[in-house]
Ligand binder design. Structure first.
Ligand code: SF4
Ligand code: MG
Length: 335
């Protein structure tokens, strides 16, 4: 089956007037990313803030034109689509943000928020079906259909995110890009929203590109995890593979620091404290971009950029000294 989404050598970023050297320049926030999301698959893109995750999201929904490389939706490159195809694509790929309040017009009722897209894209739902469909959508996301006439401020944060999800679903998307969609919510509400997204995946076959800084969140939700650091993917694998045998030092650090992931401490490994600040994407370190913070770095890492290489089936890792388990305890102690 054809993947819903393919990123091929994607380079994207933003122009600055005052770069680090006082020059105008292009910050390559995303610098050569390859990633595939299959139909109905959930792929989690994880990394610290500033690693380029949101830039990926914006390129995927065509809010940002790539510098080079390609975004393919259902096998077609966005760059090659005409206006009609782009309109169709904008319907089939929906974006859910971190802050549901900011993305919901406070002057519109829930019913208006949900039917807005049907007004813009006639032909999805005939007008005489609107009330029934609104009620069905609200029920599907766990909201009371009788509350369709209420305004966003009359709901809690978690309920508002459910409204955003109902609105995204109203156009019958094939892919939902969630950019820190649960990050602002309490842990128990996070779990409820994730359970809801999982239910919708099973019922409707929708795929997710789930973007988060918190590896603890997606353990039981993602099929695959891609770890992003300073514009590049440094490790990809099946979710269990990533949690049980993270091979890149950066992934190991993220997992050891995720409060809700117990494997690491259960095995007796120490939490890894990364030294130093995240380097600026406008001036990434030479060699391995992680070398300024990596406890395993040696001379080679300062000059030689590691390529993504398979360390197991479907488990590419970009590190000269990637280790798939054993001996982590001694290795991972920060110096
Ligand atoms: Fe660390 Fe070197 Fe591996 Fe980069 S290549 S992650 S600096 S050991
Ligand atoms: Mg972001």
């Amino acid at each position: 089956e054809q993947p819903v989404l393919e990123l091929v050598d994607l380079v994207a970023g933003y122009r600055t007037r005052h770069g680090l050297l006082g020059k105008r320049g292009l910050v390559r926030a995303v610098d050569g990313v390859n990633l595939t999301v299959g139909a109905g698959e959930t792929v989690c893109l994880v990394g610290e803030s500033g690693c380029g995750k949101s830039t990926v999201a914006r390129a995927v929904v065509n809010l940002l034109r790539p510098v080079s490389g390609e975004v393919r939706f259902a096998g077609r490159s966005l760059a090659g689509m005409d206006r009609r195809e782009l309109r169709a694509m904008r319907r089939e790929v929906q974006l859910v943000f971190q802050d549901p309040y900011a993305s919901l017009n406070p002057r519109m009722t829930v019913r208006e928020l949900i039917t807005e897209a049907w007004r813009i894209h006639p032909g999805i739902v005939p007008r005489e079906r609107w009330d029934a469909e609104v009620a069905e959508l609200l029920e599907r996301v766990g909201l009371n259909p009788a509350h369709a006439a209420r305004y966003p401020h009359q709901f809690s944060g978690g309920q508002r995110q459910r409204i955003c999800i109902a609105r995204a679903l109203s156009v019958r998307p094939r892919l939902i890009v969630c950019d820190e969609a649960v990050s602002a919510l309490d842990v128990s509400i996070q779990a409820q929203i994730l359970a809801l997204l999982g239910k919708l995946r099973d019922e409707l076959g929708v795929a997710y590109l789930f973007i988060t800084h918190d590896l603890g969140v997606v353990r039981h939700f993602a099929d695959r995890v891609a770890v992003m650091h300073l514009g590049k993917i440094v490790e990809t694998g099946e979710t269990e593979q990533i949690y049980s045998s993270p091979a890149h030092p950066y992934t190991q650090a993220l997992i050891s620091a995720a409060p809700s992931v117990d494997d690491w401490r259960d095995r007796g490994d120490d939490e890894i404290m990364l030294r130093g600040d995240v380097p600026s994407p406008s001036n990434p370190p030479a060699g391995c971009r992680f070398h300024t913070r990596c406890w395993k770095a040696d001379e080679r890492c300062h000059t030689d950029e590691p390529a993504l290489e398979q360390r197991g089936v479907g488990h590419p890792v970009a590190c000269h000294y990637a280790s798939v388990d054993t001996g982590l305890k001694a290795e991972t102690r920060p110096r």
